[in-house]
Write a protein that binds this ligand. Structure first.
Ligand code: GLP
Length: 242
C-alpha cells in the first residue's frame, strides 16, 4: 500500500490530479470511478486544470459514481446526481453524457437497477481508476460496517452516524434519507487502481484502523488492503494517528 502524507490541500489536489491525468494519458477513454463528499473536491478542481495545461483531452473519459441516496429526485440539489454534476463533471470538464450515477426510486427497485449498473460497468470494460473517500466509521461509498467483502451494487440502510455526518447538507439529520444504493466492496475492489483521499482529524481514527488494524467487516475500508494498487493521499490531520 502506498500511503502519502501531503502538506496541504493544494498539494493533495495536485498529487491526485497528476495521477488522474497520467491515467487519461495512458488511456484517453479511461473509466474513472467518481466519489462524492468534500474530500475529492480538491482533486476535481486540480484534475481539470492540469489536463487543460497539458492539453490532454478529457472528452472520451467515462465516469461511474459510487452511490446515491434512495428517495431523492435526481434534480434535488442534495442528490448525488446533482453533486457529481456540480462538483465533478462541471468542475473537471467531463462529458455529462459519459458519466453515470446509480439510481433506484425504492429499495425494492435497487435489486434490478443495481444489477444493471454492474452490467454497465462491465460493458465499459471495468473501472480503471476509482476515486474514494472514507467515512468516519470507515465506510466506503455507502458500504457501512457489516458490509461483506464480496458485496455488489445494492440498497443499504444508512447508520445514524452517517446520517448525522451528512445532515449538514439537509435541514436536520432526520431529513437525510434512510437508504442508499451503493457499489459494493466487491465492485470497488475490482477497479484496477484505487485512489483514496482523506482529510481532517475526524478521519484519523478510521484511516489508522483501515491501514494498520485488522481486516474486518466492522471497518469496510480495511478491505482495501486486499487490493494490489491503492494509493492513500492524506493530509497531516488525517494521518495523525498512523
Ligand atoms: C458520504 C459518501 C462517501 C464519502 C463520505 C465522506 O458518506 N457516501 O462516499 O466518502 O461521505 O465524505 P466527506 O469527504 O465529505 O467527509
Amino acid at each position: 500500500m502506498d500511503v502519502r502524507v501531503l502538506a496541504d490541500l493544494e498539494a493533495l489536489g495536485n498529487a491526485a490530479a497528476e495521477h488522474l491525468v497520467a491515467q487519461v494519458e495512458r488511456k484517453p477513454d479511461a473509466v474513472i470511478g467518481l466519489a462524492t463528499g468534500s474530500s475529492p473536491v480538491v482533486a476535481y478542481r486540480e484534475w481539470g486544470g492540469l489536463a487543460r495545461r497539458r492539453e490532454i483531452s478529457l472528452d472520451r473519459v467515462r465516469g461511474f459514481a459510487l452511490d446515491e441516496y434512495i428517495g431523492l429526485d435526481p434534480e434535488d440539489p442534495r442528490s448525488y446526481h446533482a453533486v457529481i454534476r456540480d462538483d465533478a463533471v462541471n468542475v473537471v470538464g467531463l462529458d455529462p453524457e459519459r458519466v453515470r450515477v446509480p439510481f433506484a426510486r425504492t429499495v425494492a427497485e435497487a435489486a434490478e437497477t443495481g444489477a444493471e449498473y454492474e452490467r454497465a460497468i462491465a460493458a465499459a470494460g471495468g473501472i480503471d481508476l476509482q476515486i474514494l473517500g472514507i467515512g468516519r466509521n470507515g465506510h466506503l461509498a455507502f458500504n457501512e460496517p457489516g458490509s461483506a467483502v464480496d458485496s455488489r451494487t445494492r440498497a443499504v440502510e444508512l447508520t445514524p452516524e452517517t446520517r448525522e455526518d451528512n445532515a449538514r447538507f439537509f435541514e436536520s439529520a432526520d431529513q437525510v434519507p434512510t437508504h442508499a444504493i451503493t457499489q459494493g466492496i466487491g465492485t470497488i475492489l475490482e477497479a484496477r487502481a484505487l485512489l483514496m483521499i482523506a482529510t481532517g482529524a475526524a478521519k484519523a481514527a478510521a484511516v489508522a484502523a483501515a491501514i494498520e488494524g485488522p481486516e474486518t467487516e466492522a471497518l469496510p475500508a480495511s478491505f482495501l488492503r486486499r487490493h494490489a494498487d491503492v494509493i492513500w493521499l492524506l493530509d497531516e490531520a488525517a494521518a495523525s494517528r498512523l
